[in-house]
Design a protein around this ligand. Sequence first.
Ligand SMILES: [Fe+2]
Length: 439
Amino acid sequence: MKKQNSISRLVGNAGLQHAGYVAVAKTRAKVLKAFSYVIPIRRPMLFVGESACHELCDMLINEGSTNVFIVTDAVLNKLGIPAKVTEYLEAKNISYHVYDGVTPDPTFTVIEEGLSQSIAAKCDAIIAIGGGSVIDAAKMMAMSQGNRCEPKQLIGILKARKPAIPLYCVPTTAGTGSEATLGAVVSDDKTHQKALSIDPRMVPLAAAIDPVIMKGMPAHITADTGIDVLTHALEAWMSVNASVETDYYAASAVKSVMHYLPIVYKDGGDLKAREAMGVAAHYGGIAFNKAGLGYVHAIAHQLGAYYRIPHGRANAIVLPYVLDVNRQASQKRLAALARKTGMVKTEQAAESDSIDSAITDHLIAQVRELITDLNIDPTIDGLQTSDFDNIAKAAAKEVSDTYAVPLYLTASEIKDILIKIKQASDHCMNDKTESTKVA
Ligand SMILES: [Fe+2]
């Protein structure tokens, strides 16, 4: 007790509390690392290119499925996006049923409705056609049907006893990388709180990265989802649980995003760039599946829940500030990434061999420049300082429970980031008001 009192005097109660938080978080990070290396995580068979959807259907047929449940959302269904799959299944005499009831941030009710339709139609496989929400909902349906259980029983880690029914994914956005990951997020119908189900058996059997399916995605969604990919890759790269394997996928994703995202943002019909972004999203998913994420996602998840802003845009708003904060702790790693991915010119890299600091500054500046060039709106409607305590607390908990970050932040350091975000949001809001007055 005497010893503890003298430490308290030296570092203060807040310092002591933070030291305890860091110790617990580091232990959890080690457990997560052990978990990811002990339990094998399947990789989906990957089909890439303009006939990827058809190749995915061929695999499903060869595996013996004869009655397919298509999971999508109403917007995509109205746009006729699933037709590329359904017409091919028809031509091959495979029956199918379409469920287009998935909503953003799918709830248990949405999943239960799809599940009961799939069971009633006696479907023996699922093809998810959509973004992260559709794929997560389909994962839960496939696992529940395979285990003959309620979706709620799958919340937590390794709750299933049996495999999912065969699950195939056709992502329509290049963002979440959910088609490569072992988790699904479900929202509570009433509280809107998010619950997570994690199980390696949730990883789909195959995924089709089909650029034709993605070419109609609007520019602002292309930008938001593309920054989500960049954030997955950067957070996986900076994670202390990163490995040679996750580094390969993270660096490849970063290189593709920096090169192809500006191209596909300007020209959504550029199929080569669409395809590269689709593969980058998949690689980002593989990287963070094992290495985990960090404070960008932890804070962005809270901003999404409090102010209903899209996930990718929330990441774009938070990312530069977390890079600034991590700058010192991740300097060597970020400089190595910049050299590897060509974010620094070869002659600069050679000259600056000993000055990682300058190279890291350059990388952060390029990320900021990309976000600016993509015209991502930094304003958050309703953002208020009275929420900051709760947001900081929830973000700190998410990091300590789930991620392996290079630097653990105090609540007041997280609040400092939120204050900077608010200043940028207010500044932009004032500019908008001024320009409206002039017009
Ligand atoms: Fe994300």
